[in-house]
Design a protein around this ligand. Structure first.
Ligand code: SF4
Ligand code: FES
Length: 376
C-alpha cells in the first residue's frame, strides 16, 4: 500500500503589503512667528536644538522617494526660520519629490524665493487668517497681514503655483466671500478652505473656534455661488464632521497614504497624532522610513479595519471612512480605538454634539501659545 503523502504544511498567511505612502509632511521646525489659536501642533513644541539637520532631511527625502512618496510639503511652524531651508529643498528635489513650501509668508522675500526655486521648489502655499488686516492680525496673534500681502506679490511675480490656505472658524466664516475675493486679488490659483479641527493647541481654543451651524450653511452657499460664477481660484471646501454626524476618512486612513516627520525626526501617520500618548512613535534617527512605514506598531495600530470595535466593525462605511479620525477619538474619549465621536452611530457622539451646541457669540477670548501683543 502506498503511504498517504505527507500533507504539505500550510503556509503562514502572508500579511497584505502596506500601501505605499504618496505624500510626506516634513515639519522642519515648530518655531513660528505666528500664534494661531487653531494650531494643531502639539502643546509641547520641539526645541530648535533637537531639530533634524539638513543632512538628516536629505536621507529622509531619499528614503521617502524609495518608498513611493511623490510629494513633500515642507512645513512647520514656519520653515523660513530654517537658515538651511534651501539645502533642505534641494535635497527633496534631488530625491525626485515634488516640493511645496507651506508658509505664513513672514520672511518670504523675492531673493529667498528665488533661491528656493533655484533649489527646485515647485509650489508655495501661503496661509491667510482673515480678509482684513485687523481680523487677520488678531487671529495670527501678531501684526502679519501686510507681510502676507507682500509675500503673495512675491509668489505671483515668480509665477510659481500659488495656493492660499485659510483655516475657517467662528470668527472668519462669515467673511468667507471677502476672503475668497482677497485670494483672487492676490492671484492665488487655489484656495484651501480648511475648517478648524480641534487637535493640539486648537483643543484649548475649541469654545472660541467652534462655529454655529448657520455659519457653516452660509459658508457652503458662498462656496457654491463662487464656483458657479468663477473658475479661479479653485476652491477646496469640505464640511466639518462635527455638524453633520458623518465622520471624514481622516488622512485617507491611518498609515494609508501619508507620513509625517516632525522636527526631531518623530514619524507619525498623522500630524496631529502626537496627542495619542499611548502609542510610541518611531524616529527616523533610529530606523529607515521603509521599516517605520511597514513594521512599526504605531503605524500598524489602526491600519485597515481589523482594529475596529463597536459600531464600526459591522458598518458598511468602514472601508470608506476607516472609522473616522483616531486623533479626535483619543482627544474626546481618551481611547484612539473608539469610533470617532463625530459619527452619529458612536456611543460618544453626544460629546461632539454638546461642543457644537455650546457655540455661541461672543466666544471666549483666544488662548495664544505665547503671550501675544493682540488680544480679542
Ligand atoms: Fe464610519 Fe464607524 Fe461611523 Fe460606520 S460606525 S460611519 S465606519 S465611524
Ligand atoms: Fe489624526 Fe484624524 S487628525 S487621524
Amino acid at each position: 500500500m502506498t503511504p498517504a503523502p505527507t500533507p504539505e504544511p500550510i503556509p503562514a498567511p502572508i500579511p497584505a503589503p502596506s500601501p505605499a505612502p504618496w505624500a510626506l509632511l516634513a515639519e522642519v521646525t515648530h518655531a513660528c512667528p505666528l500664534h494661531c489659536p487653531y494650531c494643531s501642533n502639539p502643546l509641547e513644541l520641539v526645541r530648535r536644538s533637537a531639530e533634524l539637520t539638513a543632512a538628516d532631511w536629505a536621507r529622509v527625502f531619499a528614503e521617502a522617494a524609495d518608498l513611493g512618496v511623490v510629494q513633500a510639503h515642507v512645513s512647520g511652524g514656519e520653515p523660513l526660520l530654517r537658515p538651511d531651508l534651501v539645502e533642505i529643498v534641494a535635497s527633496a528635489h534631488r530625491a525626485g519629490v515634488y516640493t511645496q513650501l507651506v508658509t505664513s509668508g513672514v520672511g518670504l522675500t523675492a531673493d529667498r524665493l528665488d533661491a528656493l526655486l533655484d533649489a527646485g521648489l515647485n509650489s508655495v502655499q501661503l496661509s491667510l487668517q482673515d480678509a482684513r488686516r485687523p481680523g487677520s492680525d488678531l487671529i495670527a496673534g501678531r501684526v502679519s497681514y501686510d507681510d502676507k500681502e507682500r509675500a503673495a506679490g512675491v509668489i505671483r511675480a515668480a509665477r510659481v503655483p500659488f495656493g492660499l490656505n485659510v483655516v475657517l472658524h467662528r470668527r472668519n466664516l462669515d467673511n468667507l466671500r471677502e476672503i475668497i475675493e482677497v485670494g483672487a486679488r492676490w492671484g492665488a490659483d487655489r484656495i484651501e478652505l480648511a475648517n478648524a479641527q480641534f487637535h493640539g493647541w486648537a483643543l484649548r481654543n475649541r469654545a472660541a473656534l467652534m462655529p454655529e451651524g448657520g455659519q457653516l450653511d452660509r459658508a457652503k452657499a458662498t462656496v457654491a455661488a463662487w464656483r458657479e460664477r468663477h473658475e479661479r481660484p479653485e476652491l477646496v471646501w469640505v464640511m466639518p464632521d462635527h455638524h453633520e454626524g458623518v465622520p471624514k476618512p481622516c488622512m485617507g486612513g491611518w498609515g494609508a497614504r501619508s507620513i509625517t516627520v516632525g522636527p526631531d525626526g518623530t514619524a507619525l501617520p498623522c500630524p496631529a497624532a502626537y496627542g495619542i500618548t499611548d502609542l510610541a512613535f518611531p524616529n527616523v534617527r533610529d530606523e529607515s522610513l521603509a521599516r517605520i512605514w511597514s513594521d512599526s506598531a504605531a503605524f500598524n495600530a489602526y491600519r485597515g479595519t481589523d482594529w475596529m470595535t463597536g459600531p464600526c466593525r459591522e458598518c458598511p462605511r468602514r472601508e470608506t471612512d476607516f472609522g473616522g479620525c483616531r486623533c479626535q477619538a483619543h482627544a474626546l474619549t481618551g481611547d484612539a480605538a473608539r469610533t470617532d465621536p463625530a459619527c452619529a452611530l458612536s456611543p460618544d457622539h453626544h460629546l461632539v454634539r454638546a461642543a457644537a451646541a455650546a457655540a455661541r457669540e461672543p466666544g471666549p477670548p483666544y488662548v495664544y501659545r505665547r503671550p501675544a501683543a493682540l488680544r480679542p
